[in-house]
Design a protein around this ligand. Structure first.
Ligand code: TXA
Ligand code: MG
Length: 318
């Protein structure tokens, strides 16, 4: 498998990427959360190529990226609550799951045959420029092989995906480093299906009290597999000491010493910094010759909830 072409995301490269997507090809691009593997969301064949490139189970629907609320109107039915959330958080790292409109042009494969659709207007300037250049909704899961750690740099994408990707737009590291929050607005109370870069507290301030989707073992929300974001080495969570042969993923100022390899998510204990570092550090520590990765406890509040969600999935038995 030869490596895909990685190019700096200049205006010319973005224009070329838009033409490639319109021609049914796959393009990886940066967003403020993680890199996405994008295609024309209205093209069934292109969406099928995305599933194949990721090795993704087909029951797992993908997020459709739009320029904003206006583009989204053709694709999904917005009620007052959805409007308020889009006004508050778009463009940004909140994905809204809404009923598909009857004439929604998005591939049924992209929404895995559901009558709902997950929509997000990313804030990253390159993602926005690409959506504008393509002038179509872009279906884009994270640009990693299914079940593996999400990519936060163009190099991560190039490592894990091959020549099925026509182009990788390099826009540097993703500023947030953690996927969007997926919020279901179809049920009676808004429900977080996947905690992410927008905190529950921030959403509740706009939408009122939320129901939490707690059953992590069963993919009631399609694609919420217990084991995901996996490293090859086993993760040991809430570790306060390092065992022989373990690398250490530390957090905060009081990291234990003695690990052969230590990276600190945030020496000052800042959760935003920790989220941005999480996936890249998991990749760096996932080296042969070690017995596992000890992960220090992360507070279960705000962004810490999303970080712990990813760590728990990565640590779940395969
Ligand atoms: O930050 C992000 O969200 C990144 C960037 C590229 O936008 N995308 C991303 O996509 O993480 P993906 O495909 O790796 O994760 C999408 C999540 C999955 O957990 C999927 O099950 C859920 O969203 N999802 C998508 N459509 C859904 C739907 N109609 N109903 C319920 N869940 C849905
Ligand atoms: Mg993903």
């Amino acid at each position: 498998m030869s490596a895909p072409r990685v190019v700096p995301a200049t205006p010319d490269a973005v224009a070329e990427a838009g033409r490639l997507i319109r021609a049914g090809r796959l393009v990886a691009f940066p967003t403020e959360t993680v890199y996405g593997l994008g295609c024309d969301a209205t093209d069934d064949r292109a969406v099928a190529l995305v599933f194949a490139a990721k090795g993704r189970p087909e029951f797992n629907p993908v997020i459709v990226h739009v320029g904003g609320r206006e583009d989204a109107a053709r694709l999904a039915r917005f009620d007052a609550r959805a409007d308020a959330l889009a006004a508050a958080f778009w463009p940004g790292a909140l994905t809204l799951v809404l009923p598909r409109t009857e004439n929604c042009p998005v591939s049924l494969l992209a929404t895995a045959g559901l009558d709902t659709i997950a929509l997000r207007a990313p804030s990253h300037l390159i993602a926005r420029a690409l959506i504008a250049a393509t002038a179509r909704p872009i279906a884009a899961p994270s640009a990693n092989r299914s079940g593996k750690v999400s990519p936060t740099t163009a190099a991560h994408v190039a490592e894990s995906l091959g020549e099925e990707v026509a182009l990788i737009l390099d826009g540097g590291p993703c500023p947030l480093g953690l996927e969007s929050t997926v919020l279901d607005l179809v049920g009676a109370a808004p429900t977080i299906l996947r905690p992410g870069a927008v905190t529950e507290e921030a959403i509740a301030a706009v939408a009122g009290p939320l129901a939490q989707h707690e059953d992590r073992a069963r993919p009631a929300a399609p694609g919420m597999l217990a084991r995901h974001y996996a490293t090859r080495l086993p993760l040991r969570l809430a570790a306060r000491e390092v065992r022989p042969g373990e690398a250490l993923l530390a957090f905060g100022p009081d990291a234990p010493t003695g690990a052969p390899l230590t990276l600190n998510l945030s020496p000052s204990g800042n959760l935003i910094e920790a989220a941005a570092n999480l996936f890249a550090m998991m990749r760096t520590l996932d080296r042969p010759g070690l017995t596992g990765i000890a992960v220090m406890p992360i507070p279960e509040a705000g962004l810490g909830r999303a970080i712990n969600d990813r760590l728990r999935r990565a640590a779940a038995p395969g």
